[in-house]
Ligand binder design. Structure first.
Ligand code: SME
Length: 160
């Protein structure tokens, strides 16, 4: 494994330890979204925006807690990388946003992105975790694996 990848794995291990220590007993989704955004921004390199979009009853996405520059407030159902991830119920790793035609650019600095669906204990998609980088190829399968694991902890939250 390359040094960069080893550093990335170490950063995610530290992030998971912090998440468990800080949010282990917490059940409120807003507390989770705000705190996880903060920890990710603080503990991972090369990220200028991290946050959540919340799924609304009609299928549109509305901005949730985030860290970074001003984001699009709403994303219509099925649109953008976020809507695509919700419709597929699958994470989307985008090494180059210019190669992903559906990408919605909220900030011209965006070069690569990862979106991970957030599910409740019944498997219903409640929103997405979205992370943006100003570097090409910032996200890969290592990121996908660790972020899906972290977001999987949100299944046990009290969503209603
Ligand atoms: N790029 C996203 C929009 C949200 S911003 O990145 C914060 C998308 O294509 O859905």
């Amino acid at each position: 494994m390359k040094t960069m990848e080893i550093n990335k794995v170490e950063a995610y291990k530290k992030l998971k330890t912090a998440v468990e220590a800080v949010l282990g007993e917490e059940k409120d989704p807003v507390v989770w979204m705000a705190t996880l955004s903060c920890l990710i921004r603080d503990m991972l390199d090369g990220i200028y925006w991290v946050g959540f979009y919340r799924a609304e009853a009609g299928g549109d996405l509305a901005i949730g807690p985030y860290q970074g520059t001003l984001a699009c407030l709403r994303i219509p159902k099925g649109r953008g990388a976020c809507g695509f991830a919700v419709s597929q119920v699958e994470s989307v790793v985008i090494p180059d946003v210019e190669e992903f035609s559906a990408h919605i650019s909220c900030d011209s600095r965006s070069r690569s992105e990862i979106v991970v669906p957030v599910k409740d204990h019944d498997g219903v998609v409640r929103g997405v975790l979205d992370i943006d980088s100003d570097s090409l190829g910032r996200f890969d399968e290592v990121d996908r694996g660790f972020l899906e694991d972290l977001v999987g902890l949100m299944k046990r939250l009290e969503w209603d």
